[in-house]
Design a protein around this ligand. Structure first.
Ligand code: OXD
Ligand code: MN
Length: 648
């Protein structure tokens, strides 16, 4: 069989190898005969459909695991995985809660590694726009097919020796929905297998679905072993030096090596649902986006759905689960991170949340910021890199007021930590909870509707301390696409960046584009021909006043902004035109009854010097990063904005 791993297979000879992983079920044996083991392993594969079987067999040949486990998604299997992880000290129980666990990673494996994440296409221009000469492209990384093979060849042969290979069949979206897609993740991490069970729908129903339609995305993952063979943290094997995350859209293939955490290893999330997902979406005429989806019901009982794209750590989970302060409103959550949106036969844009769980940033989550998350995350949850309390619970920045008296805290690195004393954070800023979405008390009744929910508005936003008003409405679909393209935000801890620099993050997708951003923009522009387009808005909860304090309280008070948005969707003339778009007319934003007095003039002020700089920055960004790939319609929108700003 011609395989994509041909290079590797040709070189490999079957060998007898000592078992390297002390936690392997084979650890007490001195020698493992891979050849014999693998032939036994293969007998387990007879139930798989031919394509799945071929993928698993190729992966066995390449990675040479000692054992194979095909995940059925059952409760018993989950308990066994958790037990194994406990034995290996990867997780420990948190007795204060129901079925909750704490994992600590190797401190070198704490976030997505954007610089080591690549898309493989024949031609570079298919993956990234050509930046201006002398400028480093910041819209993704390209790898050639030759280097793609080489990267695998250098890392994967024998990477699972002494380990168990878990085969995780998973569905992104409800199993069987016409909007869903299937993946098979092959991994040597039991932590990944257990987390995938929370984040996606896994197991036998997915394998059965494959019998009807045998199409899936191949996802191969190994935590790897450093080149010198020394595993620094035996409870969290990884190979940070050689970590690499590879995507090959032409083959619907994801290959990830060296990291066991988050988007690097739970391959359904960023790798599949966004990077490969966006390439499938382009081919098939839909949108795969880094967006939460919420349902909002107004006091008259009218319900609408909104999708919103914010960069990582900008409060997507908080907005998706918001407790509205505005009387009579109700929010229900469909998803907090990813939306797949497609037109139905009536031209209505419908969205599903392809995920099954929340992989939320823990710090900042508290009863005052997100009470619904707090009601969601204290059962059946795997916490990673949060701090631990002596009463068997968890702690992170933001929970100070909720800390029981006299408990001792151990930080994410396992060191004693004292509130008000220790200068380093108790929890890693990118520490997470991984919880089943169905546990959310305000999960939307339609969150698993195979048809998806109808989307009435799309929000873009980010952390903009200066110049950008609380909310504005785009003037048209193509202006909205421009607003998405021009999005900027302060850097976050979800990736490897440091400091509070304002980064361009178009559509909150900068780390997640599966193909050339210019083509992505063309695809977005083309959607207008396909059906009724939702209105587009830009929101900014993070503007600061001259005293450096936030001008808007955010959280539940954001319902006031959603109220204005809903009224705009209904066609109410509650707006005023400005150079950048439509903002609430004087008195149109309902601020009555707010606890804090808000300086609306500052919140909506549009300083001319700021906007002159902003348009120049956007121009520079487009020139430097997108060049000739920028669609003319987007360039025109920028020119029109410039002209309006100059006249301000
Ligand atoms: C995430 C991210 O993990 O966006 O959701 O980084
Ligand atoms: Mn995200």
């Amino acid at each position: 069989m011609v395989t994509k791993y041909l290079v590797v297979l040709a070189k490999r000879l079957p060998t007898s190898t000592p078992c390297r992983n002390p936690f392997s079920p084979f650890a007490n044996r001195n020698l493992i005969n891979h050849v014999r083991c693998i032939s036994t392993l293969r007998e387990k594969l007879t139930d798989l459909t031919p394509k799945v079987r071929a993928f698993v067999e190729e992966s066995i040949d390449l990675c040479q695991p000692d054992k194979i486990h095909i995940c059925d998604g059952s409760e018993g299997e989950n308990n066994a995985l958790l037990k194994l992880l406990q034995q290996n000290s990867t997780i420990k129980p948190l007795p204060k809660y129901e079925n909750c666990w704490l994992a600590r990673t190797n401190p070198a494996d704490v976030a997505r590694v954007e610089s080591k994440t690549f898309i493989c296409t024949d031609r570079k221009e298919e993956t990234i726009p050509t930046p201006k000469t002398g400028v480093k492209g910041a819209l993704g990384n390209w790898i050639s097919p030759k280097d793609f093979d080489k990267a695998i060849d250098e890392r994967f042969p024998g990477s699972m020796k002494g380990r168990t290979m878990y085969v995780v069949p998973f569905s992104m979206g409800p199993v069987g929905s016409p909007l869903s897609k299937i993946g098979i993740e092959i991994t040597d991490s039991a932590y990944v297998a257990a987390s995938m069970r929370i984040m996606t729908r896994v197991g036998t129903p997915v394998l059965n679905q494959l019998k009807k339609h045998e199409e899936f995305v191949e996802c191969l993952h190994s935590v790897g072993t450093p080149a010198n063979g020394v595993v620094d943290v035996p409870s969290w094997p990884c190979d940070p030096e050689r970590t690499i995350i590879l995507h090959k859209p032409a083959d619907n293939l994801i290959v990830s090596y060296g990291s066991g955490y988050g988007g690097n290893s739970l391959l359904g999330k960023k790798c599949f649902a966004l990077r490969i997902g966006s390439t499938i979406a382009k081919r098939e005429g839909w949108l795969a986006e880094h967006m939460l989806i919420l349902g909002i019901t107004n006091p008259k009982g009218e319900k609408k759905y909104i999708a919103a794209a914010f960069p990582s750590s900008c409060g997507k989970t908080n907005l998706a689960m918001m407790t509205p302060s505005l009387p009579g409103y109700k929010i229900e959550c469909v998803g907090d991170d990813i939306a797949w949106m497609r037109f139905d036969s009536n031209g209505v844009l419908r969205a599903i949340n392809p995920e099954n769980g929340f992989f939320g940033v823990a710090p900042g989550t508290a009863h005052n910021t997100n009470p619904n998350a707090m009601k969601t995350i204290f059962k059946n949850t795997i916490f990673t890199n949060v701090a631990e309390t002596s009463d068997g619970g968890v702690f992170w920045e933001g929970l100070e007021k909720e800390l029981p008296k006299n408990v001792k805290i151990t930080d994410w690195l396992g060191r004693a930590w004292q509130l008000g004393e220790t200068k380093t954070p108790a929890a890693h800023p990118n520490s997470r909870f991984c919880s089943p979405a169905g546990q959310c008390p305000i999960i939307d009744p339609a969150w698993e509707d195979p048809k998806g929910v109808p989307i009435s508005a799309i929000l873009f936003g980010g952390r903009r301390p200066a110049g950008v008003p609380l909310v504005y409405e785009a003037l048209s679909w193509s202006h909205g696409v421009f607003v998405g393209a021009a999005m900027r935000s302060e850097a976050t801890a979800a990736a490897e960046f440091k400091g509070k620099v304002i980064m361009h993050d178009p559509f909150a997708m900068r780390p997640f584009f599966g193909y050339n951003f210019g083509d992505y923009l063309k695809h977005w522009l083309s959607m207008e021909e396909k059906g009724q387009m939702p209105k587009i808005f830009h929101v900014n909860w993070f503007r600061k006043g001259s005293d450096g304090k936030f001008l808007w309280p955010g959280f539940g008070e954001n319902s006031r902004v959603l109220d204005w948005i809903l009224r705009r969707i209904d066609g109410e003339e509650c707006f005023e035109e400005t150079a950048i778009g439509r903002i609430p007319a004087k008195g149109a934003l309902h601020v009555d009854g707010m606890k804090e007095k808000v300086d609306l003039d500052q919140l909506f002020s549009l300083p001319k010097d700021f906007w002159m700089e902003e348009v120049e920055d956007i121009q520079r960004y487009f020139d430097n990063q997108v060049g000739n790939d920028l669609p003319a319609k987007v360039a025109k929108e920028l020119n029109e904005l410039k002209a309006r700003v100059y006249k301000m």
